[in-house]
Design a binder for this molecule. Structure first.
Ligand code: HEC
Ligand code: HEC
Length: 392
């Protein structure tokens, strides 16, 4: 560093009252700015656990989709996405009613298994619904968790009383950690309300590691005797560290809570014009530009604006994967947040859209009006809308 640059930085510090590092917006994978040293420590421990590759000795399996959280959440930084797609299957009867093969195990069929004793899950021949789902990034998770249930209930309009064609539903679910009714907001089906519950759910379903919240191994159709051979560890496998009293699921929660959202890309006049088009065409009805967190004793989460571009509600936009899960019907999908969109490919829950244009063209039913509005845009307005999406 030259002397003059150093001098300029020192002056900047004096003028702006902080270190130059603290002034720059967080890069993907960074923690929220302003963590206390204790919070930073929790974030770091959580990051280590999120990246830790587990094996059978630590409880992995009998069946699993991945060996670490980070294995599926790493683009463009830890916490993000990956092209990995997981598989769900179920049955729909002659009346169109969906059911899982095993209500306890749900619809997930893990791709891999501990190869020793034949513990591979098998999709039954009667399956007539098959669905793929791609990962959702966890950036900004703590802010999303801090949005009050009441705000989401207030946005919901299940009967479309305002007759705008959009009828979002809040996913009211029972939180597995507390037994309380909460509004789900994480997952393509808004199946969990908290990062603790989602992390524990993922630990079990993606990695086969049981915890206090999900103490039973769930791998469809595996004989219990074989299960014991493939996975002899007693449940729950995710034990408290004696020194700290913390479980793996507590560490995942800390990492995701303190992980910063992806910041915006460059904003120019075209991007600003595109954001207006986004509003007029009706995209912002569901992709609500920002929500507020509630009051919190932690200043990081106290009445913050969360620019996520989602209402976190369930909608039928004609893309549903046919799987009923938690409070979501087979045809419903939660509006994905669009923050960080420029780092995300492929798009849509099943990864079937290569570009934002293809994703938008797939919108129908509740989003039919918005999609038609997009189709009718003149060339310049469409270009600005796409420039806006490219800035997210
Ligand atoms: C095999 C890949 C895979 C692994 C391993 C994995 N995930 Fe995921 N993750 C996904 C997929 C796919 C989704 C979307 C699932 C859905 O909604 O059905 C997801 C969604 C999430 C979400 C929801 C984010 C949101 O805003 O809606 C969280 C939180 C999450 N994962 C945390 C974790 C944690 C913690 C671990 C490790 C214990 C983990 N994941 C391991 C693939 C994976
Ligand atoms: C009725 C609510 C609704 C409206 C209106 C709506 N969307 Fe969506 N949008 C959704 C839902 C739900 C999904 C997820 C669908 C899926 O994955 O199957 C989605 C997905 C997307 C995606 C893919 C995101 C990802 O991470 O995969 C993009 C991009 C998108 N919408 C942009 C738009 C734009 C632009 C408009 C306006 C032309 C619009 N949406 C209007 C609800 C809506």
């Amino acid at each position: 560093m030259t002397r003059s640059v150093l001098a300029a930085l020192v002056i900047a510090c004096v003028l702006f009252g902080g270190s130059p590092v603290a002034q720059s917006p967080p890069a993907p994978g960074d923690p929220l700015p302003g963590l206390t040293p204790v919070e930073f420590e929790l974030f770091s421990i959580g990051l280590d656990d999120f990246l830790e590759v587990e094996d059978a000795e630590e409880g992995l399996g009998p069946a699993y989709n991945g060996t670490s959280c980070g294995g599926c959440h790493n683009v463009p930084a830890v916490g993000g996405i990956s092209p990995v797609a997981e598989l769900r299957a179920g049955m729909v009867d002659a009346f169109g009613n969906y059911s899982d093969f095993d209500p306890d195990a749900g619809s997930l069929f893990q791709l891999f298994s501990i190869p020793t004793h034949g513990c591979q899950v098998v999709i039954p021949g009667e399956a007539n619904v098959i669905a793929r789902r791609v990962p959702i990034p966890v950036f900004g998770g703590g802010l999303v968790e801090a949005i009050p249930d009441d705000s989401l209930l207030a946005l919901a309009d299940p009967l479309d009383l305002d007759r705008d064609g959009v009828s979002g539903r809040a996913a009211v679910i029972e939180d597995v950690a507390t037994g309380n009714l909460r509004v789900g907001r994480f997952g393509w089906k808004s199946q969990q309300a908290t990062l603790l519950a989602f992390g524990a759910d993922a630990y079990l379903n993606e990695m086969g590691i049981t915890s206090d919240l999900f103490p039973n191994e769930q791998s469809f159709g595996i004989d219990p005797e074989l299960m014991r051979l493939c996975d002899p560890l007693p449940d729950p496998e995710d034990k408290e560290e004696p020194a700290t009293g913390r479980r793996g699921i507590d560490n995942f929660e800390s990492f995701m809570t303190f992980l910063a959202p992806i910041g915006r890309g460059a904003i120019d006049d075209e991007v600003r014009a595109g954001e207006l088009v986004f509003g007029t065409v009706g995209c912002a009805t569901c992709h609500v530009p920002s929500l507020q967190t509630g009051p919190s004793t932690n200043p990081l989460f106290d009445r913050k604006t969360v620019s996520l571009y989602s209402d976190l509600l369930l909608h039928d936009v004609g893309t549903g994967d046919g799987i009923a899960q938690a409070a979501a019907a087979p045809n419903e999908v939660r509006t994905p947040a669009l923050w960080g969109l420029r780092f995300r490919r492929p798009l849509l829950h099943d990864g079937s859209a290569a570009t934002p244009t293809v994703a938008i063209r797939a919108h129908g039913v509740e989003a039919d009006l918005a999609r038609r509005g997009f189709d009718d845009l003149d060339v310049a307005s469409r270009a600005s809308l796409l420039a806006f999406l490219g800035s997210l």
